[in-house]
Design a protein. Structure first.
Length: 118
């Protein structure tokens, strides 16, 4: 009988080093009961879906779990299909700071950039 090996499954979303550092910064200031940071795509905005990043206090078994050097990052299980292959970055300039998403599944976005459609 041949031995089978499985290769590690790639993460559903790639976090840049700046995004990983931001997760670490958030977890350093997190409420005591937080177990990680979670990305979801609630229905919101003029295009239909938005990106939402929040603390999570309990791991959900259907969420994708990504361990980063600074803490655990979860991707909402119901949002995975909208996010597979995406890259999440943290960008700061003189006027704004926030997570920026390069999502190959997004087919359009609203004019203000707050929501997207797939």
């Amino acid at each position: 009988m041949a031995e089978t090996t499985t290769r590690p499954r790639p993460a559903a979303i790639i976090l840049t080093p700046a995004a990983e550092q931001r997760v670490a910064d958030l977890m350093a200031r997190a409420p005591a009961d937080a177990v990680g940071v979670r990305l979801s795509t609630p229905r919101r905005g003029c295009s239909g879906l938005a990106y939402s990043v929040d603390y999570v206090t309990q791991a959900n078994p259907v969420d994708e779990r990504i361990d980063t050097p600074g803490g655990t990052f979860f991707v909402d299980g119901a949002s995975l299909l909208y996010l597979i292959g995406s890259t999440m970055d943290w960008v700061e300039d003189d006027f704004t700071a926030g997570f920026v998403f390069n999502n190959p599944n997004a087919k359009g976005a609203c004019g203000c950039g707050e929501s997207f459609t797939v």
